[in-house]
Design a protein around this ligand. Structure first.
Ligand code: ADP
Ligand code: MG
Length: 294
């Protein structure tokens, strides 16, 4: 191995890191020291593509919030590196700016300021960046986007939990961040409001290509994402792609009578559907390997 490739191994290529919306390399966070030391994250390598909608699952204490805090620069790693939207967080000078411009946060508890109206809460991240009129205009637009055009003047206390959480989403979107980090955003909602919130996040994801990382305990929500990252004891222990139409189709075939016959090597019945020999063999081989995809 020449010195250049050794170097690359230690410091992943900058261009490669910039192709990802989120990338971590050997990310580690250790709290405390000595007897009380907790290894909350250990050697986590994660890559999230721009526009991906990813669920993070895992038992309580597995490091999910710690991971999100690292990605949002709310806390510093003990070791390893983090890139968000191509920026190496160890080199970002103005972390305040990064936190308000590049990422948006949604927490389990909405964290709205109770004495400010919905509209005022949404304008906060924009303070100091645009004129008051521009901020108000954009906040109205964002409230409309989350379905709360009629609630601009309401205080958080006068809104339902689901509505408050949607205000929090509007606030997270204020500066059009590349990535939204949501830590159990539906944790305090009933299942209908939770479902509605996820539908809203997916819509934002589809129309604005915002990348989403959502910590959730709810398998119903995880099922509606592109990928589920499962954590345990500070490590990523599994990653599942979900919801790919091809995968769902294959699974249906796999369990069908026709699928069983095809896997048994009987490609006759398939002739009526797929005329090309090569294609029939490809389908049979995909069906046999269905477990590789799930
Ligand atoms: P999760 O969000 O998956 O429930 P966390 O990331 O909050 O897990 O915590 C991971 C581990 O780190 C847990 O053992 C937790 O007790 C510990 N931990 C989290 N924050 C701190 C902290 N500020 N000081 C010490 N230990 C912490
Ligand atoms: Mg947590």
């Amino acid at each position: 191995m020449n010195s250049e490739s050794v170097n690359k191994e230690r410091h992943p290529d900058r261009g490669e890191a910039q192709a990802w919306s989120v990338k971590t390399h050997a990310l580690t966070r250790i709290y405390g020291r000595g007897e009380l030391q907790v290894r909350a994250l250990i050697d986590v390598d994660l890559r999230i593509a721009p526009g991906e909608f990813v669920a993070i699952m895992g038992p309580s204490g597995s490091g999910k919030s710690t991971l999100l805090n690292m990605l949002g620069a709310l806390d510093r790693p003990s070791a390893g590196r983090v890139w968000v939207a191509g920026q190496d967080l160890s080199k970002v000078r103005d972390l305040g700016r990064f936190r308000s411009q590049t990422v948006g946060f949604v927490f389990q508890l909405h964290n709205l300021i109770p004495t400010l109206t919905a509209l005022e809460n949404v304008t906060i991240p924009m303070v100091g960046q645009q004129s008051r009129r521009q901020r108000t205009e954009r906040a109205h637009l964002l409230l409309e986007q989350v379905g709360l055009a009629g609630r601009a003047g309401h205080l958080p206390g006068a809104m339902s939990g689901g509505e408050r959480q949607r205000v929090a989403v509007a606030r997270a979107l204020a500066n059009a961040p590349a990535v939204i980090l949501a830590d159990e955003p539906t944790g305090n909602l009933d299942s209908a409001s939770g479902q509605e919130l996820i539908r809203l996040l997916r819509e934002i994801n589809a129309t604005q290509q915002t990348t989403f990382l959502i910590v959730t305990h709810d398998p119903n929500i995880a099922r509606q994402t592109d990928r589920v990252v499962v954590m345990q004891d500070g490590r990523i222990v599994r990653e599942d792609n979900v919801g790919s139409p091809l995968h769902e189709d294959l699974k249906m075939w796999h369990y069908s009578r026709l699928g069983q016959q095809i896997m048994d090597g009987n490609l006759e019945d398939l002739k009526g559907i797929v005329t090309d020999d090569e294609e029939r063999r490809a389908i049979a081989s995909l069906l046999q390997r269905i477990d590789d995809f799930s």
